[in-house]
Write a protein that binds this ligand. Structure first.
Ligand code: MF3
Ligand code: CO
Length: 260
């Protein structure tokens, strides 16, 4: 079922989205060489609690993971791209770090992810991969609006990723979101324009282009959660939650300085 939010829920979605954007921005500012992934998880829990929000992850036990996630944020380093389970790892200069966070507040969820380089020197490969997922996300958002279809978003995302030279995996993609984190419709990261469900005002979508440098194949880590590139190559992931409105698409998970 595709959930359509009423204006009260949409106002709450803006609030939750801003919280997610702000937490990610704060974490990006704090993550440096020497930071442990478990510190990031703890800081995330503290910020969620302080905001009176709830984690969408800690008790989450979907078919694609082993048991409840048990943590508050996904942390993926270099070859780890999706569902990265925080563990005892200390970040190093040049690591490509992906943080993916979903929380709910007053019954409405929001989900976003950022990838960035730890420390001052960014390997060119990181720049290229992060740039490609960010441009693909922007293209997906630009293709969204009332009357457009899911396939238009998928096509826009896939075109950018392919033109940047990256293979596309279709096992995981974007999704509807609202009173819960994962809802219909699925939003593949490649597709045909004019196909799929039509977008209506009040629909919330999480768009999430992600890539691996030289493969489309994922392997599951021994932790039962973390998905890594099969070849060990680097990966990147960018995600925003957007709301379809009467006149377009509104990004809900921007950090504070980008909202004004
Ligand atoms: N937020 C992720 C997504 O973008 C899902 C993480 S599921 C978890 O859809 F269980 F790993 F937390
Ligand atoms: Co998501």
């Amino acid at each position: 079922m595709i959930e359509i939010l009423d204006p009260t829920q949409l106002a709450r979605a803006r609030d939750t989205g801003a919280l997610v954007g702000d937490i990610l921005q704060t974490l990006k500012g704090r993550a440096e060489a020497g930071t442990n992934l478990l510190d990031i998880d703890r800081w995330t829990k503290e910020m969620i609690d302080r905001a009176g929000a709830e984690s969408c992850y800690v008790d989450y036990a979907p078919s694609f993971g082993r048991g409840p996630f048990g943590h508050y944020i996904c942390t993926g380093v270099n070859d780890a791209v999706l569902h990265g389970l925080p563990h005892d790892y200390t970040l190093a200069d040049g690591d490509l770090l992906t943080l993916d966070l979903a929380v709910a507040k007053r019954g409405v969820a929001a989900d976003a992810a950022i990838s960035f380089t730890v420390g001052g020197t960014e390997p060119p490969e990181n720049t290229a991969m992060i740039g490609a997922t960010e441009r693909a996300l922007a293209a997906g958002i630009a293709a969204a609006g009332p009357g457009a279809r899911i396939g238009d978003i998928s096509h826009a995302i896939g075109t950018v990723l392919r033109e940047a030279g990256y293979p596309i995996n279709t096992q995981f993609g974007g999704h509807g979101i609202g009173s819960t984190m994962h809802q219909d419709p699925h939003v593949p990261n490649t597709g045909r324009p004019g196909r799929g469900p039509k977008l209506r005002p009040g629909l919330l979508l999480a768009l999430e282009p992600w890539i691996m440098a030289d493969t489309a194949e994922l392997v599951t880590d021994a932790d039962g959660w973390t998905l890594r590139s099969a070849t060990g190559c680097r990966t990147a992931h960018s995600e925003h939650t957007i709301a379809i409105t009467d006149d377009g698409a509104e990004i809900l998970t921007l950090p504070e300085q980008a909202r004004r």
